[in-house]
Ligand binder design. Structure first.
Ligand code: SAM
Length: 218
């Protein structure tokens, strides 16, 4: 790859593209959007030098920013178009939200930690991402007033496929959710709503922080 080593920004972007490639992400729209969004904006200052490494990074409140490879894999597996209305459960830093917003028509995103949401909102505003609606609360309840959704993405691990969220999918709609197998690893499951019910398939194994229902907030 032709890469001026004296240009740190170009080096970081090249590293991101290599990460996405080794994670198996081939959708050029996903790669291009992730290349354009400055990931360093979503990373705490202390970890800035790792902004483009394929690692999860702490964002406070015992939560993490998912590694770019997983963001790429999950976004690609959603098969988004600019007609899609998307629900995201677990806004976190807002990085995945920004990626979704660049590819979909509108994103509704729920985060249980108010301070994380405030920071995410400020970043999205700075990036002039205007097609996102936010809510602080328990995302396991979905967003009934805005259902049905074409796509749902859960960015924290659920104990099982959340039936409430599956019920908020439009027919033909797709949900991606990491489901806990054991304490260490989960499988990303793609759930598709069909006329007859739901089809599920495993995309890959992964490690996420757990999805916490509001009752567990204390
Ligand atoms: N996608 C995020 C990003 O790009 O930074 C990373 C998400 S982090 C792995 C998981 C997020 O889910 C955390 O911010 C956590 O607070 C949030 N979360 C956990 N349980 C939740 C719930 N029941 N409702 C809403 N958000 C929840």
């Amino acid at each position: 790859m032709d890469m001026p080593v004296s240009d740190p920004a170009a080096f970081s972007k090249a590293r991101l593209i290599m990460t996405l490639r080794s994670a198996g992400v081939t959708d050029t729209a996903v790669v291009s959007v992730m290349e354009q969004i400055p990931r360093e904006m979503f990373v705490p200052e202390f970890f800035l030098d790792q902004a483009y490494d394929d690692v999860t990074l702490p964002i406070g409140h015992h939560q993490t920013l998912s590694q770019p490879g997983i963001v790429g894999v999950m976004t690609e597996a959603l098969r988004l178009t600019d007609r899609h209305k998307v629900l995201e459960v677990g806004t976190g830093s807002g990085y995945q939200t920004a990626v979704l917003a660049r590819l979909a028509r509108r994103v509704y995103t729920v985060e249980r930690h108010g301070p994380l949401m405030e920071e995410a909102e400020a970043r999205l505003e700075e990036l002039r991402v205007r097609n996102v609606t936010t809510q602080i609360g328990d995302g396991t309840l979905g967003w009934p007033e805005q259902a049905p959704f074409d796509r749902i993405i859960v960015t924290a691990a659920a104990a099982d496929i959340p039936p409430v969220l599956a019920g908020q999918l439009r027919e033909g709609g797709v949900m991606l959710v990491p489901v806990a197998g054991d304490h260490e690893n989960q499988a990303i499951i793609r759930v598709t709503r069909t006329a007859e019910g739901f089809e599920t398939e495993e995309i890959r194994t992964v490690k996420f922080v757990p999805l916490i229902p509001e009752e567990g907030a204390a």
